[in-house]
Design a protein around this ligand. Structure first.
Ligand code: MG
Ligand code: MG
Length: 248
C-alpha cells in the first residue's frame, strides 16, 4: 500500500527535506581534493544533528556511516573511510535525514576539482534524467510513466541503466512502497494520488548496466569500472504536479 500523507505529515517531510537540502549545500563547499570521505561523513552527521534531525542511514540495515559516499565507479552505499578524494574524481553524497519520525532522501553526484568533459556530461545527463522523471508527476498518472520518462532520457544518451536499484516511497521509513524502477512502460503500475511522497533516483552508468558488490558487502560498483552518477529528490505528488521536498 502506498501511504497518503496528511497535511501535518507533509509539514514534517518538508522540514526533513529542507534539512537534507541544507546538508548538501553545506557539504558541497568541502568537496575538494585531499578530504577523506570519513571527514565528509562527520561533517554531515554533525550538521544533521545540529539541525534537529538524525541521519536516516546510520544503522539502517546496519550501515556504518551517517551518509553514503560513493566515488567514481561506486554506484551506491559507499562506506565513508580513509579514502581521499582526488582531482578528477566524482563523488555521490546520498543523504537522508529523519525529523520527528519523517524522512527526506536526496543523492547528488559532484565533481572533485576538474573532471573530464565526458564525465561532466554523465553528470548533466543523469540530472536531466531525474528531471524528466519528475516532469511527468501529477495526480492520476501511472507510476510507470515516471520510470518510462527516466528510461527515455537515459537511452537517448546511451547510458547504462542500473536495474538492481530503484527509487521508492518514503515517509515514516526511508524505504516504503512502491518500488520505482528507472525503466518501465507507461500505463503500468499504481496510479499516483495527491499526498504520496516519492524518492526518484536514476542511477546511470557511463558504460554497461552490469553491477558488482565489493567485499565490504555494501558498496555496489559498475562491473566495467566506468563511472556512475546518481541524482535523487524526494517529492510530494500534488493535484497538478509535484513539489520537491529536498530543495537546495
Ligand atoms: Mg538516497
Ligand atoms: Mg533513496
Amino acid at each position: 500500500m502506498i501511504s497518503i500523507k496528511s497535511n501535518h505529515e507533509i509539514e514534517l517531510m518538508r522540514k526533513a527535506g529542507e534539512i537534507v537540502g541544507n546538508t548538501h549545500n553545506y557539504l558541497k563547499n568541502y568537496i575538494k581534493p585531499g578530504i577523506t570521505t570519513k571527514e565528509l561523513d562527520t561533517l554531515a552527521n554533525d550538521f544533521i544533528l545540529k539541525s534537529g534531525a538524525t541521519p536516516s542511514f546510520k544503522g539502517l540495515y546496519g550501515f556504518p556511516g551517517a551518509i553514503c559516499i560513493s566515488v567514481n565507479d561506486e554506484i551506491v552505499h559507499g562506506i565513508p573511510g580513509k579514502r581521499k578524494l582526488k582531482n578528477g574524481d566524482i563523488v555521490t553524497l546520498d543523504i537522508g535525514a529523519c525529523y520527528k519520525g519523517y524522512h527526506g532522501d536526496s543523492a547528488w553526484t559532484y565533481p572533485v576539482g576538474n573532471i573530464r568533459p565526458e564525465i561532466a556530461e554523465l553528470l548533466n545527463q543523469t540530472e536531466e534524467s531525474l528531471f524528466s522523471g519528475l516532469s511527468v508527476i501529477k495526480e492520476g498518472i501511472h507510476l510507470g510513466e515516471i520510470s518510462n520518462a527516466i528510461e527515455t532520457t537515459a537511452r537517448k544518451y546511451k547510458l547504462g541503466i542500473v536495474k538492481e536499484l530503484v527509487g521508492h516511497g518514503i515517509g515514516t521509513e526511508v524505504h516504503q512502497q512502491p518500488d520505482i524502477p528507472n525503466y518501465g512502460k507507461k500505463n503500468t503500475g499504481p496510479i499516483l494520488k495527491e499526498g504520496m511522497t516519492l524518492a526518484i533516483e536514476p542511477m546511470l552508468n557511463m558504460g554497461s548496466a552490469d553491477v558488482a558488490m565489493l567485499d565490504d558487502d555494501w558498496t555496489i560498483v559498475t562491473m566495467d569500472e566506468l563511472p556512475s552518477a546518481h541524482f535523487e529528490h524526494t517529492v510530494l505528488v500534488t493535484k497538478d504536479g509535484y513539489e520537491i521536498l529536498t530543495k537546495r
